[in-house]
Design a protein around this ligand. Structure first.
Ligand SMILES: [Zn+2]
Length: 419
């Protein structure tokens, strides 16, 4: 165990405990206060980026051009994300939190700055305050006054429950409008888990979600009554749902009662080391958009594959054999290979899947760039526009990896390759 520094061995144990508790309280307040200070600093960088776009976009940029201001902000968010090892979404959320709390809940914000409110409770306050109708200063003040004390006293879950209730009381009679606005937030979320598993979930109107679940339930129930069925209800529900969406049938064991009729063609990319494919090695493969999967599953998927691209790599460095094309046209094979190699947008930390990204010439063709594996990479629309509209620059090394340099001079190493 690490040596503790808050007391000496000669002290009585009750005093040592008191001292350590006081230290924990002090440090926790410092953490809260530092967190608030981080939000302020991020807000300052972005305010400055909007005011002085020339730093991030180039000398020609002007604060009177909304295009320049927008790209300066995007570029600064990317810069902060890379330096702080946070996602751009988080940087954006941090600034949004600072702006929301300073503008709508100044009382709670002050307590957060002093360290009296935890980061978790501050986030709850900002989320709920942001959901109040714009411009209603009376409502902001009422909410701020109602939550400020509780925010310093309650643990996160209890505080969240209490703050939600206070918010409901303040925004009476707007349930229909609130539902309407949340409806526009509907989406599907994919979340890789370990051991070759992943979660897929959807944010849907309650009536649609309930109807979908009841459909899955009734089909699972029907299957559970089939003689010889050994799967549990949770397993059956999962198999039925997966089968409905992909047309793959019951994942793994037996049929879930859904053929491929009527389903759309599904394309799944898998990177498999050659020795694994030949059954001479158990080195894990990589499933596109997910990550490592076990060798046996990979071989099963490869057995069902209708097309296989070979990508030869250096077994030591992982560098890829180049393929060149004389024309600007990017053939499907080359495009597909680069997709499998990149898997996501090549900006550090960006998780946008390569299939949804632009395939960009690192060195533009008008400057002599080739249409080759080593001069192409995937950039999501947002980072592609950052590359062309701001002072972010990229270079590509011999292994095809992309290195980004921020407008303020920070060099971001490429994320590790999937193989
Ligand atoms: Zn990106």
């Amino acid at each position: 165990m690490e040596a503790l520094g808050y007391y000496s061995d000669q002290t009585r144990s009750d005093v040592r405990i008191d001292t350590a508790i006081a230290a924990a309280e002090y440090e926790q307040r410092a953490v809260n206060s530092h967190h608030a200070a981080t939000l302020v600093a991020i807000h300052e960088v972005l305010s400055e980026a909007r005011f002085s776009p020339e730093v991030f976009v180039g000398d020609h940029a002007s604060r009177h051009s909304s295009h320049d201001v927008e790209f300066s902000e995007r570029s600064a968010i990317a810069d902060l994300a890379v330096r702080l090892s946070l996602s751009e979404t988080t940087i954006h959320a941090h600034e949004h939190q600072a702006v929301t709390m300073i503008g709508r809940t100044p009382l709670t914000w002050q307590k957060f700055r002093w360290g009296e409110v935890s980061a978790a409770n501050a986030r709850t306050v900002s989320e709920l305050a942001a959901s109040l109708p714009d411009g209603d200063d009376g409502m902001f003040a009422a909410f701020d006054a109602a939550v400020a004390e509780h925010a310093t006293q309650l643990a996160p879950a209890r505080f969240r429950a209490s703050a939600r209730k206070l918010r409901e009381q303040i925004v009476a009679d707007t349930a229909a409008e609130r539902h309407e606005s949340q409806l526009s937030q509907r989406r599907v979320v994919f979340e890789p888990d370990i051991d070759g598993m992943a979660w897929i979930s959807a944010y849907l109107p309650a009536e649609v979600a309930t109807a979908a679940l009841s459909l899955v339930d009734s089909e699972a129930l029907r299957l559970s009554a089939v003689p010889g069925e050994t799967r549990t209800m949770p397993q059956l529900r999962a198999d039925v749902l997966g089968g409905m969406i992909t047309g793959f049938g019951g994942a793994g064991s037996g049929s879930a009662g859904f053929g491929s009729a009527g389903s759309v063609a599904v394309r799944v990319g898998v990177l498999i080391p050659m020795l694994t494919l030949l059954g001479k090695s158990e080195m894990p493969a990589s499933l596109e958009g997910y990550g490592p999967i076990d060798a046996e599953t990979a071989r099963t998927l490869a057995g069902d594959a209708t097309s296989i691209y070979r990508i030869l790599t250096d077994p030591v460095t992982g560098a890829i054999l180049d393929i060149d094309q004389p024309t600007k046209h990017i053939p499907t094979g080359l495009r597909r290979m680069r997709q499998l190699i990149d898997q996501t947008c090549t900006f550090p930390g960006c998780g946008k899947r390569a299939v949804h990204c632009d395939l960009d010439h690192t060195i533009d063709r008008q400057f002599g760039g080739r249409t080759s594996l080593m001069n192409l990479s995937h950039l999501c629309r947002s980072h592609h526009r950052n590359k062309h509209n701001t002072k972010w620059t990229i270079t590509q090394d011999d292994a095809g990896r992309i290195e980004w340099t921020s407008p303020t001079g920070h060099v971001a190493a490429p994320d590790p390759p999937p193989f």
